[in-house]
Design a protein around this ligand. Structure first.
Ligand code: BTN
Length: 231
């Protein structure tokens, strides 16, 4: 894998997507900070120097059409397993589909973008970030104020992404994903565009879809954003 390192960029995701257009080798784009980092649905991903931000470009990635819905979940599970090794006293959780939580706050996110040119996987971790912009202050958090080996953690996270991308179609990881889930058994609001579904999360099925019981009927959803979780 080729590795490109930067001090500051707009978004490693944007760089990786441009790279895909005319390159054939897998490449990672790592930066210390981003000015326009983004997450799911184009939402801003606050990226100061206290975090880890990278994207990996996979040119000519051929998806397993039946199992591709597992990809983001698989990578998120790998990332959590990696974080557990570095921060063994912390209890990380997964909020379907791609958000990593700690003590009720989002501390990391995984973004997968697939196009005709290939796949880009982005990972952003608020490792030591303590101060967030007003609009996300209640929802976002950091992992630690202790010193950590940024390079070592980044390298291990890159390996986690590699494993996730190689092995996503083997659904046995779902057991772990379900254990880490902070929404199973909870009442949630799932937003799909303008639609809002309110119901109880019964589980996550073998394709990684969120199964919600609403108005006496169970439905599996493959996309959407959980906007509210009630215990
Ligand atoms: C999400 O919260 O929905 C996913 C966040 C993904 C953020 C990472 S940081 C590195 C890469 N560059 C970006 O602009 N986004 C991803």
């Amino acid at each position: 894998m080729q590795v490109f390192k930067f001090k500051q960029v707009d978004s490693t995701q944007i760089l990786a997507k441009k790279y895909l257009e005319n390159n054939q080798k897998i490449a990672a784009f790592i930066t210390e900070s981003q000015t326009s980092g983004y997450g799911k649905q184009g939402r801003n991903f606050y990226s100061p120097k206290t975090g880890i931000y990278f994207s990996v470009a996979y040119p000519k990635f051929v998806p397993n059409r039946e199992k591709i819905s597992l990809l983001t979940l698989r990578i998120a599970t790998e990332v959590v397993e990696c974080l557990q090794v570095f921060f063994p006293d912390k209890e990380f959780k997964l909020k379907w589909v791609n958000d990593i939580y700690l003590d009720g706050k989002k501390v990391a996110g995984v973004l997968t973008e697939l196009s005709k040119d290939g796949l880009v996987v982005g990972v952003g971790i608020n490792v030591q970030t303590r101060f967030f912009p007003e609009e996300i202050r209640k929802k976002a958090g950091g992992i630690t104020s202790d010193h950590f080996d940024k390079e070592k953690l980044t390298n291990e996270l890159l390996k986690s992404v590699e494993i996730g991308v190689k092995q996503y179609s083997d659904d046995s990881f779902l057991k772990k994903y379900r254990q880490l889930s902070n929404v199973i058994g909870k009442n949630v609001v799932l937003e799909i565009g303008k639609r809002k579904i309110t119901g109880l999360v019964d589980g996550i099925d073998n394709l990684g879809r969120l199964v919600i019981m609403s108005d006496g009927k169970e439905t599996a959803y493959s996309s959407g954003e959980i906007s509210k979780v009630n215990v």
